[in-house]
Structures are given as C-alpha cells and as structure tokens.
Write a protein that binds this ligand. Structure first.
Ligand SMILES: Nc1ncnc2c1ncn2[C@@H]1O[C@H](COP(=O)(O)OP(=O)(O)O)[C@@H](O)[C@H]1O
Ligand SMILES: [Mg+2]
Length: 237
C-alpha cells in the first residue's frame, strides 16, 4: 500500500461576507496516496479553489482535519501571469525558494537550469521575464517553480483552463511525464471532464461544496452513481 500523503477529514470551510459567515465546503473527506493523481471536478463556484486554499493553509476559517504526511504541497495556478512576479527573471523566480533555504548560488543555478530542461524550456528562458513568454511557456515556468523544491504533492488548480486546446494537451502531457519521472502526486482541479479523464487515477466530484461521488476514474466515467456526475458527463459529450 502506497504511503498516504494527505488526509482531509470532515473539512468545513467558510467565508465572511459583510459580517455574515457563509459555509462553502461541507464535510469534505478524502486521502491522496503517494504516486496518485486525484482529479477534483465540479462547476465554477462549487468550492474547488476554496479547498486548495484550505489545504495550503491560506484559508484559515475552517474546521475538520488536514493532515500532511508528505511535507507541504506546492501549488500550480490557473494563471501563472498573476502568480509569477513580472519584474523578476525566470531564473530568479525559480531560485527564490532555494535562496530562502540557503542553497548556494552555483547549486541554485544548476537546479534552475535542470528544472527548465525538465519542463521543456531552453536555458535561454533563464534570463527572460514572464511577460515575454507565451501562456504555455509561462505555465511551464509555473510548474518548474512548484517542483524545484521537490514536493511530493502538487496541487494544480485549473492549470490548463486559461490555455488554447493544443497548448492544454502539451501541458497535460508535461504533468503526466513529470508524474512518471519524479513519482509526483497531484490534486488536479478542473471544471473540464475531458481534462479530468486524461489525467486522473481517482475522480472526486464536487457539487455546492460537497463531495457527491468519488471512485476510480473508469468507474466514475463508465458508471456514474450520482445525478450530478451524470449531468457533468452529459454536458461534456
Ligand atoms: N474570498 C472570498 N470571499 C467570499 N466568498 C468567496 C471568496 N472566494 C470565493 N468565494 C465564494 O465561494 C464559493 C466557492 O468559490 P471557489 O472555491 O472559488 O469555487 P471554484 O474554484 O470551484 O470555482 C463561490 O460562491 C465564491 O463566490
Ligand atoms: Mg477555482
């Protein structure tokens, strides 16, 4: 049995709107094992990003348990343009966490170049800034920045949703290759059933902040049990 990396138990999450507390997540429970890709699917506004923020500790208005057994996960965002400092070079962006950890310059540089190669960018990208890159290249940098600290678990929140379909396929291929080469696990979030089908081992369906169905990908897609899952599948056809 593979090691458990993340356990979420009976998680409720809340936002405060003009003094009113609104519950967004309701009794969410699941685990992610080493090497597993868990796909989280649900319509816009159902609470997917709220869940990823709770796991990362950004959203603190929660109750329930979030247990990290494999260290802190790292995040890949939908829009790397908003998560990458536009004033910094790609090299600096990649090296910053290593610098904070006290890794010497030569080693940081070597690691950054290695990461660029790993995500399919040439070493000249090191000197460029995010604004000078295409959307697909920027997302490759976002992925490199997430994995340079060697996390076991990556949370990818709609990482291909802002990209053209052909670029989407390339970035999905990259996620799949990195998973194989590095043994990574993903919590992979998408509103798109096709994307979830391509990447996931296990699928978890969220409706209005509740997990309504979880199972092996093939079971969920071939024999959906919940009406909401059926609705998402019908809409995807
Ligand atoms: N910072 C916030 N303050 C108040 N409500 C929020 C905030 N962020 C998101 N919400 C609300 O929480 C719900 C879930 O949002 P979100 O987790 O972003 O959904 P998803 O990622 O599935 O699209 C939505 O109704 C959204 O409007
Ligand atoms: Mg979201």
């Amino acid at each position: 049995m593979a090691e458990t990396l993340l356990e979420v138990r009976h998680l409720n999450a809340f936002y405060r709107n003009r003094g009113r507390r609104q519950q967004i997540l309701h009794d969410v429970s699941f685990t992610i094992h080493e090497g597993e890709v868990l796909g989280l699917v649900g319509e816009s506004g159902c609470g997917k990003t709220t869940l990823s923020r709770a796991i990362l500790g950004i959203n603190r208005e929660i109750d329930g348990e979030i247990l990290h057994h494999g260290g802190q996960p790292r995040m890949v965002f939908q829009d790397p343009a908003s998560s990458l400092n536009p004033a910094w070079t790609v090299g600096r962006l990649l090296e910053e966490p290593l610098r904070n950890a006290g890794v010497p310059k030569q080693e940081r540089l070597a690691r950054a170049i290695e990461m660029l190669d790993l995500v399919g960018l040439d070493s000249a990208s090191y000197e460029r800034r995010p604004g000078g890159l295409s959307g697909g290249q920027r997302q490759r940098v976002g992925i490199a920045a997430a994995i340079i600290g060697q996390p076991k678990l990556v949370i990818a929140d709609e990482p291909v949703s802002a990209l053209d379909v052909t670029i989407q396929a390339q970035i999905l291929d990259l996620f799949m290759r990195l998973r194989k080469e590095l043994g990574l696990s993903y919590l992979f979030i998408s509103h798109d059933m096709d994307v979830i089908w391509q990447i996931s081992d296990t699928v978890m369906v969220m409706e209005n902040g509740r997990i309504v169905e979880t199972g092996p990908r093939d079971d969920v897609f071939r024999d959906p049990q919940h009406p909401y899952t059926k609705k998402l599948l019908d809409a995807a056809l």
